[in-house]
Design a protein around this ligand. Structure first.
Ligand SMILES: NC(=O)c1ccc[n+]([C@@H]2O[C@H](COP(=O)([O-])OP(=O)(O)OC[C@H]3O[C@@H](n4cnc5c(N)ncnc54)[C@H](O)[C@@H]3O)[C@@H](O)[C@H]2O)c1
Length: 292
């Protein structure tokens, strides 16, 4: 059969390749004969990858070091790594889930990708409502900051680190959804596509943490829509691999929601919104700092 996906011999960089969606994506890419550079802070045990690169995405120097081990020309980038925020502070969560992706795009992908390249992020339906003014005004300063150090300074100055880590997850995913829109026209000038997948609840290494954050398995299931079960990692890897493939050659600037109908029916007000009506300006008021 013709190679419709077109991954053969393409240099693909996958973050979060050790577990869950990143692992499933890496396995598919290897099967499609891509040259996969698999990044994670845990070891990646997948035969057929071109290289495993150990990296802590919360650290600028570690990212710089990792990209020295990746070829000058990158065809596809899969920004999948992330943390739920359960074990991390608000600012650490935003650093891993948002800042690292932005830094990689602007410092490396901007120079190392050519016409025909493609970028796919895994964000989340936890970042729904990113377009609301009350959310935008909180995360936009991070989009306006330039470079790693300034982004860290701005993050500190936002004064949100007293909020729980899982709220940092939602904040970061909202910022990533906006950033996909922001980046798309910039990279479109070079004929490089930029998309994001927004999964609903998926059975991955994060499942237990998300169950805790959601307040139980039943609530977690609500963001898996009408499926009546969580998605598998492979069911998310399929659309991720599709988005960066030749099969999606006219798809760019897409936030592809894969939650079996949960977001759409909530938007139509046919079902309750599993994400609630979160706005960060209200959250800031409702969770004041202890010393305030
Ligand atoms: N599981 C879900 O229900 C769900 C829903 C929506 C979005 N997501 C998103 O999907 C993406 C993939 O997560 P997953 O669900 O497969 O979970 P996972 O925990 O199985 O995989 C996440 C991977 O990211 C790696 N990682 C985390 N922090 C890192 C760091 N600082 N440096 C290097 N590697 C790091 C982990 O080691 C792990 O291999 C994440 O961005 C997550 O936010 C998950």
């Amino acid at each position: 059969m013709k190679d419709y996906f077109g991954y053969e011999n393409k240099v693909c960089v996958v973050t979060g390749a050790a577990s869950g969606m990143g692992k499933a994506t890496t396995e598919l890419l290897v099967a499609l004969k891509a040259k996969v550079y698999a990044l994670d802070w845990n070891p990646v045990d997948i035969s057929g990858i071109t290289k495993f690169i150990s990296v802590d995405l919360s650290k600028k120097d570690a990212i710089d070091q990792a990209f020295q081990e990746i070829p000058e020309k990158i065809d596809c980038f899969f920004g999948i790594a992330g943390v739920s925020g359960i074990k991390n502070s608000f600012n650490q969560t935003v650093t891993i889930d948002f800042l690292a992706n932005r830094y990689i795009c602007e410092v490396y992908l901007n120079h190392r990708m050519e016409s025909g390249g493609a970028i796919a992020f895994v964000t989340s339906t936890g970042g729904n409502h990113w377009e609301k003014d009350g959310n935008k005004k909180e995360y936009l300063p991070l989009i306006e900051a330039n470079g790693w150090d300034q982004m860290q300074e701005v993050l500190e100055s936002l004064d949100l680190n007293h909020l729980p880590g899982p709220l940092g997850y939602m904040f970061a995913k909202m910022a990533m959804n906006y950033y996909t829109a922001y980046l798309q026209p910039v990279f479109a000038k070079k004929h490089i596509r930029v998309n994001a997948l927004l999964p609903g609840s998926t059975d991955t290494g994060m499942k237990n943490e998300f169950t805790l954050a959601a307040g139980g398995e039943e609530k977690l299931l609500a963001s898996a829509g009408f499926a009546g079960r969580l998605a598998t990692s492979l069911e998310m890897a399929y659309p991720i691999v599709f988005l960066n493939s030749n099969m999606a050659s006219f798809i760019s600037g897409e936030l592809l929601i894969a939650d079996y109908g949960a977001s759409l029916t909530a938007q139509a007000k046919l079902t309750p919104d599993p994400m609630g009506e979160v706005t960060f300006d209200k959250i800031k008021l409702s969770i004041p700092k202890k010393d305030a």
